[in-house]
Design a binder for this molecule. Structure first.
Ligand code: A2P
Length: 345
């Protein structure tokens, strides 16, 4: 039987594991644990057999990476998973069975009704219902969008969302970064980009934008676009919330941006909307267009907070606001959010 998270007694200091420790998010998880001085008694780094034996530095200590197996989780309190959905589906149940709490960055368990889906600034109390010992970290664009939408929802009551994302290549992991670097290099050298240079994206990403993130579904949306709908409904506990989204990959290395038009139950006011961000941790206002001050991906890269700007009353829909929100998707959209969840346990 899986031990109950609510009644488990945990020491102050915790034995933490990172599954996917060599990946873009895994590396950032290591940084976040150190930056936030998380009380780590021991750190276990897990990856594939390819990386076993390599070392990574954590707070001055060299830690040897081990190969992930079903027996990796004995004695571990919390395992931060970021090695893809397939690995989570296969190994998270073994970790949970060993009494470890899994915080999973993949989409594998997000819509499981027995798995809480948490943004700590929004629904930390959901952690109490982790009856399977698994907690899911939401999709990166969804986290960033909700960081801005949540304070507005509290003021005006959220009804519907129309969004377009501008997603950085690091959202595709280390391979996405390498692909953009390689294609940029070829362009600078005046060389042709061929099919051999396109392993992650179906078309060229350098000097281009691609309206395709994740797989296409029967209804014409992509899976990534539907995550924004279903995950927002679950996190905000708004089953009637309507969301339409177009997810776009852009040749930016880090930080996702989201353009949002949100419609509310009650009349909106731009000054009140702006003031609502002052009381919300994790989001800051950068909104002075007269002085060319608005959030860009470079502003949030390697930062914890999301930035919101370009806030205006929408001129098409009633009781609606249009705005722009940007956040580092490797940090707040993944690693930091996972570590924050570990902090509230
Ligand atoms: P490895 O580097 O050993 O392949 P990213 O999303 O940045 O591509 O990172 C994926 C992460 O998932 C890496 O740390 C990678 O480790 C890890 N990973 C991939 N396949 C496996 C596997 N079969 N077992 C354990 N970890 C894996």
């Amino acid at each position: 039987m899986v031990p109950d998270i609510n009644h488990r007694k945990m020491n102050q200091q915790k034995h933490i594991a990172i599954v996917g420790a060599t990946g873009a998010v895994g590396i950032e998880m290591l940084n976040c644990l150190a930056e936030r001085k998380f009380p780590v008694s021991k750190l276990t780094l897990l990856a594939s057999a390819r990386s076993a034996g390599q070392t990574r530095n954590f707070c001055g200590e060299e830690i040897t990476i081990k190969e992930l197996t079903h027996d990796s989780f004995e004695g571990i309190d919390i395992a931060l998973f970021s090695a893809g959905g397939g690995i989570s589906l296969e190994y998270a149940p073994s970790a949970a069975k060993a009494g470890c709490i899994v915080i999973d960055n993949s989409s594998a368990f997000r819509m499981d009704p027995e798995v809480p889906l948490i943004v700590p600034e929004i629904n930390p109390e959901a952690a109490k219902s982790a009856t399977k010992n698994i907690i899911a970290n939401p999709n990166c664009s969804t986290i960033i969008a909700l960081m801005a939408l949540f304070p507005l929802h509290q003021k005006f009551g959220l009804k519907s969302v129309i969004a377009s994302t501008y997603q950085a290549v690091s959202g595709s992991g280390a391979a996405g970064i390498t692909e953009l670097e390689q294609q940029n290099r070829l362009l600078v050298e005046g060389k042709e980009i061929t099919a051999d240079d396109m392993n992650v994206y179906p078309v060229q990403i350098a000097s281009n934008v691609i309206p395709h993130v994740d797989v296409f579904l029967e209804n014409g949306y992509t899976k990534e676009e539907q995550k924004m709908l279903f995950e927002s409904q679950k996190i905000l506990q708004l089953p009637e919330l309507k969301v339409t989204c177009t997810c776009v990959r852009v040749p930016v290395y880090r930080s996702h941006s989201v353009s949002i038009t949100a419609q509310f139950e009650r009349p909106v006011d731009v000054a009140i909307a702006k003031a609502s961000f002052a009381n919300q941790t994790g989001i800051q206002l950068k909104d002075d267009p007269d002085n060319n001050l608005y959030p860009t991906p470079l502003d949030t890269t390697c930062k914890n907070d999301c930035l919101v700007g370009r806030i205006r009353k929408d001129q098409v829909l009633d009781k609606a606001l249009t705005f722009w929100v940007v956040g580092d998707q490797v940090k707040k959209g993944a690693a930091l959010n996972a570590v924050q969840i570990a902090e509230i346990l």
